[in-house]
Design a protein around this ligand. Structure first.
Ligand SMILES: [Fe+2]
Length: 247
């Protein structure tokens, strides 16, 4: 099976459309979204509709949880909070109902999808270091790979079975990794709608469970158009500006 992995879309429909266009040529069998369909961006309802129409595997992100009142918004910085409150007003009852029904994890074959760490998925702990990854690996049991988002940075953590050393691999555009037997992996596909690794291009991944290759793709999109839309609806300047720097 060939999976297209699209995480942290964050209401950025222009970036989502660009990514889906890019992935078209790879004949994806199914899409996986490790959470945060909404929050930050100007088109949350449209992004929900687009993802629902893909019949994607979707798990709950912290922004999704906050928007549908399943999480305390006091956890967020003031700009994210403002965007969450604005986002709530843009969604229909049906959209909110759909967000509320999203599971925290989804496992299939030897894989599991979660927004952040498998350690207390409902707490949305970040995985940004090998020590964060270690805790997640401890919850993987016999699963081969954990597919995540949340940090908005495309990267992979690898641990050989029975060993304690963990390697972190930064994933650039086109970077690919073949998963090997006897190793466990945490695969982060980066963010479609708000990348934070200094590269403003939308990030997504291809994961082929036949060849066992995980590949990162970076896709240019019309950032100015998204910024215009955000300005028009009064979203915070800092959220608008960061898109062009990818931070
Ligand atoms: Fe996110």
């Amino acid at each position: 099976m060939k999976y297209g992995v699209i995480s942290d879309i964050h209401g950025n429909l222009v970036a989502l459309e660009a990514v889906l266009e890019e992935l078209k040529s790879f004949e994806v069998d199914r899409f996986i979204c490790p959470g945060d369909v909404v929050g930050y961006g100007p088109n949350p309802a449209e992004c929900i509709t687009r993802v629902r129409n893909l019949d994607a595997v979707v798990v709950l992100g912290n922004h999704d949880a906050a928007v549908c009142a399943e999480m305390d918004i006091g956890w967020f910085n003031p700009f994210a909070r403002e965007a969450i409150i604005w986002t709530r007003d843009q969604l229909s009852e049906n959209d909110i109902k759909w967000l509320k029904m999203l599971p925290l994890t989804y496992d299939f074959d030897q894989y599991i999808v979660v927004h952040s760490s498998l350690a207390e998925p409902q707490a949305f702990h970040y995985i940004q270091s090998t020590s964060d990854a270690k805790i997640c690996f401890e919850h993987m049991d016999s699963l081969r790979a954990c597919i995540i988002g949340h940090s908005h940075v495309a990267e992979v953590y690898v641990r050989e079975e029975g060993k304690s050393a963990i390697q972190r691999i930064a994933m650039q555009d086109g970077g690919e990794l073949r998963l090997e037997c006897d190793y466990r992996y945490i695969l982060n596909c980066g963010s479609v709608g708000q990348p934070r690794d200094g590269n403003p291009y939308a990030a997504c991944a291809l994961f082929d469970t036949d060849t066992m290759v995980f590949q990162i793709r970076r896709v240019p999109y019309d950032i100015r158009e998204v910024q215009l839309r955000m300005r028009k609806v009064g979203l915070p300047d800092i959220l608008i500006e960061r898109l062009e720097y990818g931070v």
